[in-house]
Design a protein around this ligand. Structure first.
Ligand code: BTN
Length: 254
């Protein structure tokens, strides 16, 4: 078996994972595979990304030998785009639970797509979809996780706001073992989501939430207290006058 950039490429291949030492973005590669007819469940993993993306056009810092950067291609059964919208929240809650179990790090979820430890960002999810007039054709669920990053592995502007499993526990983690563990759980969770929607994940998301009960500033302006999460994943934010807003997309900045 060949070893490549710290990843055991042969082992990854045996698990059907499309592994690349370096890619622009695993989400882009997964999209290309989807357009070529790849089946649901296909996984693309890169040791490093030169154009890793986060939400809202941000870059996802993806140095080699440190993190997990992967995308899971999903082909949902008949499902409307609005019904699939809370998939990111469900995946984040499932990943946080799994990471807690396998690393002991108290990972929490920040609405809508962040994995946090305390106030620092450990990971994030970028979900992209292609649909026709009626239904979703496929979804690419991309996850970036800071695993063995030391402080100096982050650019200076991220050092105050980012963390890694290594920084939290003081030990390095075997990335393949972590990935296989996460993928097994994620696949099961996605199946459950496609069958039963967000309902089975709502209590878990609330339990692991770093958002509910906090004062939040909204990216588009305005502020309030995050008071609840709706059954469809919308965040309920209440201002000082007691007026409630339902956020279905967007971002909170603090
Ligand atoms: C975010 O926090 O805004 C989401 C970050 C998602 C990053 C991952 S890394 C693997 C996949 N490929 C990408 O280009 N982005 C996602």
């Amino acid at each position: 078996m060949s070893r490549c950039d710290g990843f055991n490429a042969g082992l990854l291949c045996a698990h059907g994972i499309h592994y690349f030492p370096r890619l622009g973005s695993t989400n882009d590669q997964a999209r290309r595979l989807a357009e070529d007819g790849a089946p649901g469940g296909t996984v693309v993993l890169a040791d490093a990304q030169s154009a890793g993306r986060g939400r809202r056009g941000r870059a996802w810092h993806s140095p080699p030998g440190k993190g997990l950067y992967f995308s899971l291609l999903l082909r949902p059964p008949e499902m409307s785009p609005p019904a699939a919208a809370p998939l990111t929240l469900a995946a984040a809650a499932a990943a946080a639970r799994k990471l807690r179990q396998s690393t002991g790090v108290p990972v929490a979820v920040k609405w809508p797509n962040d994995l946090l430890v305390g106030a620092k960002k450990l990971g994030g999810i970028l979900t992209e979809a292609r649909c026709n007039e009626r239904a979703l054709l496929y979804i690419v669920l991309g996850m970036g996780l800071n695993v063995n990053h030391r402080a100096e592995d982050f650019p200076p502007e991220l050092r105050g706001s980012a963390t890694s499993l290594y920084l939290e526990r003081g030990i390095a983690f075997e990335r393949i073992a972590l990935l296989l563990d996460l993928l097994e759980d994620l696949r099961r969770s996605v199946e459950l989501f496609f069958q039963e929607g967000f309902a089975p994940f709502l209590p878990l998301w609330k339990e692991l939430s770093a958002t509910l009960g906090r004062e939040v500033r909204l990216a588009g302006g305005g502020a309030g207290k995050a008071v609840d999460l709706d059954a469809d994943g919308a965040l309920l934010v209440e201002d000082e006058q007691g007026r409630r807003r339902r956020l279905t997309c967007g971002e909170i900045v603090s």
